[in-house]
Design a protein around this ligand. Structure first.
Ligand code: AMP
Length: 315
């Protein structure tokens, strides 16, 4: 759901106005699943199912799989020369992830340089707009630096500087009320979760630890249930009066959580139905991803022809 509010919701709109590309990042997924290629392989279809079920339409959007575009790897190699190791280590999102994953001397070069790989993902199709959550802003900044350096050093305009499109909810907190919702933190609600799974997750959601009795005044700020109501509850006036009531005391967490469960399940139900229909035909999902990849390979080859020309690798 974090991915939905941070990026997918914008993509559903953008596909009506722009030529849109959406990538499934299997190579990047391998950087922290080195020993588990089967998981990465199986999840390609799962991610495709999520996107299609949310309403990203293959007739309007070109889907592709990262590893099917070898030009991305070629661009990555060229970009590696334009970024220092110390610059990569200063990237706040990467720094945070290194800490979360507990990497020390075992930090791989592949993981450290994944932001460079992302710059190649973006620039290979000469994208100008990238809809992302705010954790991705350092990656877009990295893209600006690489594109500017490349175009300046090789005296070309082969590469396009992308802009970030940040959504209204640029960071949805996890159900634990901490940091961003993310699969690896175990604090995520999945688009594929059953109604029961959603209910269980919401019932254990972080609220205000000092709000012990119903009559106690409760804190709204930092209370994950209110954060989610702010994002998903269409009735903003009612949410405001619930906040007032909660702050004064006399409103229990369970009432709020039941409301949130209904709202989330209403939101997820059509996605769930569409997802389970599509899941009966994984070959169709693969076909969407592979046929889009063929289109992107041609676009990527055009970009590479400009790039190879600029770096004099055009033999
Ligand atoms: P990820 O699934 O972490 O690779 O992120 C995919 C996209 O969704 C990126 O644009 C992220 O910024 C965005 N995203 C992921 N989790 C969240 C979140 N909890 N809140 C807002 N945006 C998010």
């Amino acid at each position: 759901m974090g991915h939905y509010v941070g990026s997918l919701a914008n993509r559903i709109e953008l596909q009506n106005k722009y030529q849109q590309y959406v990538m499934v990042a299997d190579l990047q997924a391998l950087t922290d699943n080195i020993d588990n290629p089967q998981k990465v392989h199986d999840n390609v279809v799962q991610v495709g199912l999520d996107y299609l079920a949310c309403g990203i339409d293959p007739n309007k959007t070109t889907f592709f799989i990262q590893s099917l575009i070898p030009q991305i790897a070629e661009l990555t190699i060229l970009y590696l020369n334009l970024v220092t190791v110390s610059r990569l280590k200063r990237n706040p999102t990467v720094k945070n992830e290194i800490q979360q994953k507990g990497y020390k001397e075992d930090l791989t070069a592949g993981f450290l340089m994944y932001p460079i790989h992302q710059v190649a993902d973006i620039t290979v199709v000469k994208a100008n707009l990238v809809p992302v959550g705010d954790d991705q802003l350092p990656m877009i900044e990295q893209a600006h630096e690489i594109v500017r350096n490349f175009n300046r050093i090789y005296q070309t305009n082969a590469l396009v500087e992308p802009q970030a499109l940040i959504s209204k909810t640029s960071r949805l907190v996890g159900t634990d009320g901490k940091a961003k919702m993310s699969k690896s933190m175990g604090n995520a609600i999945y688009l594929s979760d059953s109604a029961d799974a959603v209910a269980k997750k919401v019932m254990s959601m972080y609220t205000d630890p000092l709000h012990v009795k119903v009559s106690d005044p409760g804190r709204v700020e930092g209370n994950a249930v209110f954060t989610y109501l702010d994002v998903f509850d269409p009735n903003k006036e009612e949410v405001q009066s619930l906040k007032d009531h909660y702050s004064k005391g006399g409103l229990g967490d369970v009432v709020l959580k039941r409301r949130l469960i209904d709202i989330l399940n209403n939101f997820l139900e059509p996605i769930r139905i569409k997802r389970s229909q599509l899941a009966k035909d994984p070959a169709y999902v693969m076909d969407v991803l592979k046929s889009g990849s063929e289109v992107v390979r041609q676009v990527a080859e055009k970009t590479m022809s400009d790039v190879r020309h600029a770096v004099k690798l055009n033999y």
